[in-house]
Design a protein around this ligand. Sequence first.
Ligand code: FAD
Length: 430
Amino acid sequence: MNVAVVGGGAAGMTAASRVRALKPEWKVSVFEGSNFVSHAPCGIPHVVAGITDVSSLMYYPPEFFIKKRGIDLHLNARVVEAGYGYLVVEENGRERRYDWDRLVLATGASPLIPRIDGVGLENIFTVDLPPDAERIIKAKGESIVIVGSGYVGLEMAEALSSRKVTVIEMLSHPLPNFDADVADVVRKEVEKKVNLRLNERVEAFEGEDRVEKVVTDKGEYEADFVILAVGVKPNIELAKQLRVRLGETGAIEVDKHMTTNIDEIFAAGDCAETINIVTGKKAWIPLAPVANKMGYVAGVNVCGGRIEFPGAIGAQITKFHDMEIGKVGLSEAEARKEGFNVESVMIKTRSRAHYYGEGELWLKMVVDENKRLLGVQAVGDAAFPRLYAAAIAIQHGLTTKDIFFSDLPYAPPFSPVWDALVVAARKLRF
Ligand code: FAD
């Protein structure tokens, strides 16, 4: 049996490794367009910040997959055409054809490039794959403009904040998928470190060959380089060629087994859609833990298994300097849009015992009319453990009563005896 995997990121390498573990007698080939494999784009901002070097973004080096896992790994190998049973791959300057019996599409997502005059100028970067970190590090300069204030924009702003950074956001608050009241806490912190311009729209990039200036509807900003961080879109070109069905979100439609409408073709990771467990509806959730687990499920089922990927809740976490920022499940605005009858509370509390440091934590809890948790957003010191607990509660449909009586561990260095989650649940009643 010949299994081909397109894409050597989180989903692709997890799927390939699973197949080799379960069916060592099968041939598994991975085709990866870049020279990085099993990479973590999540680490790019941290490479730019100087915390680590770009090669460490590969969790395992290519030799590990080739020698230890027996995977037929092709780097710098871009799949340019896909048909039933075959792939055409551009590698080493020529095109070669490879046959497959089962195929996994794990082509990930790519940054959106806004249609703005001058967007093709040099020194305008996106943040996608590890080589982008190298390009951004090489682009010296003191004045930097970042377009977009989602988590990628903010992580890049932190990474570069020893220089003169302007972040331009067309919406009224940073972190577009957070509620405005929570995002406002983040805004105050961001404004201490960078020039955050809200309600402002980029209209043009100007310069000779390379960008020199960013023009918005409200002003102009000098720029030695620009980073575009305005969102991502699923890579679906090969799926279209194969007549693999796309879902309502625009990503590849898969069932819980990660099978597409064609039995021998599976899809996993950022190129595929899933189910939002809170709404029960199809959703596109391009995040790393989701991609890894989808890849695992695809790998098992390629081998004839029947395990299911249950969906995800869009759990996400980031930080801006010392402030931890995260969201699990739905924001209040998202929940209302979905038609839930919503109640919410936002509390500001200490993150640890009152005699144990100055830590502050803001936590917003959103519930439905049955007091079932729909979402939690948390910002500040030690937001992370609260988000972890909330994620499991939301995924399993727990209520404010369940949260109030949850026996969460306590000691002064870690939390007050009445934890933020418990206080929020009490305020919403049960
Ligand atoms: P990818 O990792 O994108 O891998 C897809 C691979 O397919 C790529 O290597 C690409 O080169 C290859 N490919 C595509 N088309 C072809 C082709 N035709 N031929 C050959 N190869 C092809 N998620 C989190 O959960 N937490 C974070 O903190 C976080 N931070 C992030 C920070 C940044 C800057 C970015 C960009 C993303 C971040 N993410 C984060 C998202 C996370 O990186 C993705 O969800 C995850 O990488 C998806 O894995 P994947 O395998 O589906 O896709």
